[in-house]
Design a protein around this ligand. Structure first.
Ligand SMILES: [Zn+2]
Length: 328
């Protein structure tokens, strides 16, 4: 069963989380394998799995009331990868691939061939009003010197530093059975306002001491191997890494309250998308093919609109054209 575990380091401004997606992840892969596009190449599968694990960690880290959408836009054979995690931890994921991805392709060869790849995190609030823009933060997949990042975790750590101003360690791994991740984050020191009233030297000393603690924990977390993350259970991982630390554990999220696959597509949403195309284009497709067929890339559901269905979309009183937002 897929699970998410949260914990704090007692007395220290550091928190952590481990996610292991099993059934939620294999369901996503199974649906893809059954679709007309077929199964992902192993490096794409690994990347998308890492994104799924990271998406769950980031969503539960900020507890956002709405969808957290993690996207990577690539300039290589992998054009787009998307993971969407709702506030109840239900998630879906898909990737658009054009051309062959060799089995040994790394992130630069898949997504950042010309240095134009980028990673975006979008927060789309629940019940967003028309015209209200979702928040979006974007980081390039290359550093200031033009060197490509080598892993998704590297790009996301950069994003966290920029957007949340919080030092974060992310270790991610995925194969065809498990997508897993560990997140360790340094929290702002509580009561710094009070400390500021003390002797500056004391506050400085305290901060330096807390930084030392964080650095030690971050080094331990970074020592976690991909293989360990994929094969060990959460208890073993935490014991091996942090056996000398005092952890305060919280009730794990699993089963109905845990990470799980769910798609938010519906006939109504697809109808709005067709309205967005406009009546002229919809008629052209109907004239050519007799029916408008839309497959959901996330879950494989197939939606058919014939001429009568389509006519209704454009004639129902009160049917509103959708907003022009890119987010469906
Ligand atoms: Zn769907």
């Amino acid at each position: 069963m897929s699970e998410l575990h949260k914990f704090l380091f007692e007395g220290l401004p550091v928190r952590g989380m481990v996610v292991r997606l099993t059934d939620a992840w294999t369901e996503i892969l199974k649906r893809r394998a059954q679709s007309s596009t077929g199964a992902y190449a192993p490096p794409v599968q690994a990347l998308l799995g890492e994104m799924a694990a990271a998406g769950v960690l980031m969503q539960s880290n900020i507890k956002f009331d709405g969808a957290l959408i993690l996207q990577v836009f690539g300039d290589g054979p992998v054009k787009l990868t998307v993971v969407e995690v709702q506030s109840d931890l239900s998630l879906r994921a898909t990737a658009t691939v054009q051309g062959a991805v060799p089995d040994d392709a790394g992130l630069p060869a898949m997504l950042n061939v010309r240095g134009l790849g980028r990673c975006a995190v979008t927060l789309d609030p629940q019940g967003r009003q028309p015209g209200q823009q979702p928040y979006q933060g974007v980081v390039p997949l290359s550093d200031a010197d033009g060197h490509s990042v080598q892993s998704l975790s590297q790009a996301l750590q950069l994003y966290m530093r920029q957007s949340e101003q919080l030092e974060t360690v992310l270790v991610l791994a995925a194969d065809d059975k498990v997508a897993a991740g560990l997140l360790i984050q340094r929290l702002p020191i509580e009561g710094m306002g009070n400390l500021a009233g003390q002797q500056p030297a004391e506050a400085e000393l305290y901060e330096a001491e807390m930084l030392e603690h964080y650095n030690r924990i971050a080094t331990l977390a970074s020592s976690l191997k991909r293989e360990e993350l994929l094969t060990l259970d959460v208890e073993t991982i935490l014991r091996r890494l942090f056996w000398e630390e005092k952890l305060q554990r919280f009730m794990p999220h699993a089963g109905e309250t845990g990470p799980r696959f769910a798609c938010t597509c519906s006939r109504e949403r697809v109808g709005r998308m067709i309205q967005g195309l406009g009546e002229i284009e919809a008629r052209e497709i109907l004239a050519e093919r007799g029916v408008i067929m839309v497959d959901c890339e996330f879950c494989g559901a197939n939606y058919r609109f014939d001429a009568i269905d389509a006519a209704q979309l454009f004639t129902i009183p009160g049917a509103q054209p959708p907003s022009t937002s890119a987010i469906q």
